[in-house]
Write a protein that binds this ligand. Structure first.
Ligand SMILES: [Zn+2]
Length: 504
């Protein structure tokens, strides 16, 4: 029964009646509340040096220790964070701290603890059958209930309802538990109950929740019902909604043991680690080679978006943006490879532009952004991201020859659909271009796909810095002539990226 125990192969291992349970080695485990159970299993995991949340990147020194502390303290807690910060995922992983098998009175709607049944049915059953009362078991997954809070959630949904007609017909007292149609919360008894976006819950429902947490008593349609539930409550909320005055009733806030702030990845490297882990990239089909600079540009888009004034800071920019973007970037490259029968799939910068549909819906725009449109804002972010990434590889590189080639009238079209073999000869004709690619570890012996992608990255970088031009048809050409000193190379609106003097 302890956490992580393998499932029994046959039915004999676990006690099937109350009497067997009391005489088994599990007898004492059943006496624990869920919070004691989570605490004990957590301690066991900590002693083993286990990762408590495997696959969660970037929270080791921040969020994880705070969650661990809250569980050790046997608290209900809330995760405060913006969208796409793995809040729900973390909460779902809490089930790994539960026993693999939790005994309950067989047939009970609210999974009564056999030692301490709270419903009338089970109390009657145990009175009648005694030690022969049948026992069933809950797995970890069955002990998790999740609810997205919305303003229309009612007491009936959450806690339960009383059917007065049925009660009258049955001759029971109205307030007796037998006449209650249980809501989500009682059905989560002996488990973890997660409410996402807590501030969206109406004040009246928050009061009901508080009463259950505080006293185990609640009023349904004016009738008092006693429900001493054994539940670990975990909430999530947007931090601004949660702290806004009047959104959460004070006594409820007071009963939430810890407020734990989640956050976006602190570094591009961490972001890449998360995105690589979550994006669907290992596909059947042609060999895939995603250049590191492509991953970096995609991640930089999310970082740039999180700082951009045109994007709503309250909502944030989910990590799902780079994840979906990477998937579409790979798909666009895959499509090109299939069409031209290329052996290796190597994404290019143009594939990132083609992945705009994976990004625009994830940007909540402010007024200024809305005026310009999601597509425009998206393209601008991609350019900022390219500029930043380019600088990391090509700072100080002499690109004069390349720029000159265009200034002298050279033009080249590199569409996202063009076969590598088709554009490579022209790219090779641009003096001083291909030998720069050693900076991204690409040489003449690499596949044409890799060479074209890297060369296009250089051209896109020069374009991001307005050293060369590029039109909608993806034709690179000489840039607009501007007075050199007055011109500010591509500049984002609020710092971080420092415009530099023209390279070399
Ligand atoms: Zn029961």
């Amino acid at each position: 029964m302890p956490a992580g125990h393998p499932l029994p192969q046959t039915g004999k291992q676990f006690p099937r009646t109350l009497g067997e349970l009391r005489n088994s080695k599990y007898a004492q485990l059943v006496n624990r509340s869920i919070k004691d159970e989570m605490r004990e299993n957590l301690i066991a995991r900590l002693q083993l040096g286990d990762r408590i949340f495997p696959g969660i990147v970037g929270y080791d020194d921040t969020v994880v220790p705070q969650i661990v502390n809250a569980i050790l303290s046997k608290q209900n807690f809330i995760l405060l964070g913006l969208r796409g910060q793995a809040k729900t995922r973390l909460i779902r992983m809490l089930t790994t701290l539960l026993d693999t098998h939790a005994p309950y009175v067989d047939g009970c709607e609210i999974h009564d603890n056999p030692y301490r049944p709270i419903c009338r049915r089970c109390r009657d059953l145990i009175a009648e059958r005694g030690e022969e009362t049948p026992i069933a078991y809950l797995t970890q997954e069955h002990r998790y209930v999740e609810k997205l809070a919305t303003p229309d959630v009612t007491i009936a949904d959450l806690i339960g309802d009383i059917d007065p007609i049925k009660a009258a017909r049955g001759g029971h007292e109205l307030a007796s538990e037998l006449t209650v149609h249980y809501g989500l919360l009682p059905r989560a008894n002996r488990g973890i109950f997660a409410i996402n976006e807590l501030p969206d819950l109406a004040g009246k429902i928050q009061v009901g929740l508080f009463n259950i947490m505080q006293e185990g008593d609640v009023q349904i349609k004016g009738y008092p019902v006693r429900l001493p539930l054994d539940i670990a409550l975990v909430f999530s909320a947007n931090p601004e909604d949660y702290t806004a005055r009047g959104k959460i009733i004070t006594p409820l806030k007071d009963r939430i043991g810890s407020e734990i702030r989640t956050h976006y990845p602190a570094t591009v490297e961490e972001g890449i680690a998360i995105t690589s882990q979550e994006a669907w990239a290992s596909r059947d089909g042609n060999k895939l080679a995603v250049p590191k600079y492509i991953r970096e540009v995609i991640e930089q888009i999310a970082f740039a978006a999180r700082e951009d004034k045109k994007i709503d800071k309250r909502s944030g920019v989910s990590q799902r943006l780079p994840i979906s973007a990477l998937e579409n970037v790979i798909s666009n490259a895959e499509r090109r490879a299939i069409r031209h029968d290329e052996k290796v799939v190597v994404p290019r910068i143009s594939d990132i532009y083609a992945a705009l549909p994976a990004m625009t819906g994830k940007l909540e725009l402010e007024y200024e952004g809305e005026m310009k449109g999601a597509d425009f804002v998206g393209r601008e972010l991609i350019r900022v991201a390219i500029g930043k990434t380019y600088d990391q590889y090509f700072q100080g590189a002499n690109t004069q020859q390349v720029i000159q080639w265009f200034d002298l009238g050279g033009e080249i079209q590199v569409t996202d659909g063009a076969a590598a073999a088709e554009v490579l000869p022209t790219l090779r004709g641009i003096q001083g271009l291909m030998d720069k690619l050693t900076r991204v570890n690409v040489g003449p012996k690499d596949s044409p796909e890799a060479q074209v992608s890297a060369a296009e990255f250089v051209l896109e970088g020069l374009h991001a810095h307005k050293r060369i031009g590029r039109n909608e048809e993806r034709v690179f050409a000489a840039g607009e002539k501007q007075p050199r000193m007055a011109e500010k190379p591509y500049e984002r609106e609020e710092g971080q990226y420092r415009p530099r003097r023209p390279l070399n």
